[in-house]
Design a protein around this ligand. Structure first.
Ligand SMILES: Cc1cc2nc3c(=O)[nH]c(=O)nc-3n(C[C@H](O)[C@H](O)[C@H](O)COP(=O)(O)O)c2cc1C
Length: 216
């Protein structure tokens, strides 16, 4: 299938300068923050959405979208149910790959590295920033497990809402929390004409980082 990209798409011209290794002189984090801001400014919906790849017990890849909820020198943070498929997979094989895809600004970032659960304090702080409804939803859903009907799911939400009442703080659901991916490899991709895209990859070797350009 051929899709017409129009003049602004992946293959379209851009007034932006070419991505180069120099832009990574201060490491992956400042450039990643800048690109995330570019995505926000461009009005991309859910600019912090990223495709999370994990492997299952057969070594098969599994992907789904999660929201990035923190970027720091330590890594990339998201929150989920630790007993979901992804949670179990990461417990067994604690290594993840995440990709941010920002088609309207012709940019993509992939981060790979070991994944670990964050402290209860970090989870607690984020949990309490979530709307009450989302906190109740996290209690109501046995994420990734089958359920017979939508009606049963709605009943589960009503049940937890009644259980907690209106004035009570909703505590962190057990086995719900943050996962931090500690970057080992970060690749920045910038779309260019004729599929001659710019790709700059930075990789960690102990506490040293190398930067290299990859062919598109
Ligand atoms: C835009 C978007 C953002 C999402 N963010 C999250 C998230 O941050 N955490 C989460 O657990 N699920 C999130 N989901 C739902 C997941 O994609 C997925 O369906 C769910 O986590 C179950 O995945 P699993 O069965 O592979 O564990 C999001 C879905 C979309 C479309």
């Amino acid at each position: 299938m051929r899709v017409g990209y129009g003049h602004q798409g992946i293959a379209g011209p851009s007034e932006e300068s070419d991505l180069d290794a120099e832009q990574l002189k201060d490491g992956w984090l400042p450039l990643m923050r800048r690109w995330l801001e570019d995505a926000v400014e461009a009005g991309i919906p859910e600019p912090n959405a990223m495709t999370l790849g994990t492997v299952d017990e057969h070594g098969h890849p599994c992907t789904r979208t999660v929201l990035c909820k923190g970027l720091s020198p330590a890594g990339v943070l998201f929150f989920t149910n630790y007993e979901s498929d992804k949670g179990r997979q990461l417990a067994a094989v604690p290594y993840a790959s995440v990709t941010f895809t920002w088609v309207p600004i012709a940019k993509q970032i992939t981060v790979r590295g070991p994944a670990e659960r964050v402290s209860a304090e970090v989870t607690d702080e984020y949990w309490h920033s979530r709307p009450r409804g989302s906190r109740l939803g996290a209690w109501a859903s046995e994420q990734s497990r089958p359920i017979r009907s939508r009606a049963e799911l709605d009943a589960a939400l009503l049940h937890v809402a009644e259980r907690f009442g209106v004035d009570v703080d909703i505590p962190v659901r057990p086995n719900w929390g943050g996962i931090l991916i500690r970057p080992e490899v970060v690749e920045f991709w910038q779309g260019r004409a004729n599929r001659m895209h710019n790709r700059i990859r930075t990789s960690r070797h102990g506490d040293r980082w190398t930067v290299e350009r990859l062919q598109p």
